[in-house]
Design a protein around this ligand. Sequence first.
Ligand code: GAR
Length: 211
Amino acid sequence: MKRVVILISGRGSNMEALIRAQEAGELPVTIQAVISNQGAAAGLATARAHGIEAVALPHRDFATREAFDAALAQKIDEFSPDLVALAGFLRVLTADFVRRYEGRLINIHPSLLPAFTGLHTHERALEAGAKLHGATVHFVTPELDHGPIIIQAAVPVLADDTPETLGARVLEQEHVIYPRAVRWFAANQLQVRDGIVKVELPGAEQLVVAA
Ligand code: GAR
């Protein structure tokens, strides 16, 4: 059984989707801990309500990015995870941190990468007149929001969309694709070669989810 640590910064709805999938017997993993860089993150209480150890490690307590990342790595390693899943963890990570967890660090990002890296992705998709938008689960590399793509979900952009309505449509799909990506990782179905993820697909599962 693979051991997972989830990092969050806020609401934690993707974290909750992973927890619920695990509780439903759909994820052959144990979720060892949830760690937040924001003490006030609502997701910490959600994790505790599910009986999962929830740790606040406020980045503001550290003088530098390097010092925070070192403390974060130390805390993560206490749980000896096979996989570290970023679920709305809104911090830029140092290259040293990313390299330490290379191949076992994944992220969910609210756009169809490589489009719209960074923040405010729903606003920017609307401003660009995109007709499709979505979310991506990918392995993390030192370059922000790059890294080998595991799975994507696409949603239509509707004429009357606001960032909020579009974001809600995307989030619904995030909760579908993140547990699926973690399940593939847990079952050793992901292989990365030359920056490309090859997935051994079981049955009728898909690499692209379209709403
Ligand atoms: C999610 O939409 C996630 O994709 C995004 O933050 C939100 C967190 O929501 N992540 C990023 O923007 C990372 N660059 P949640 O806390 O409810 O899962």
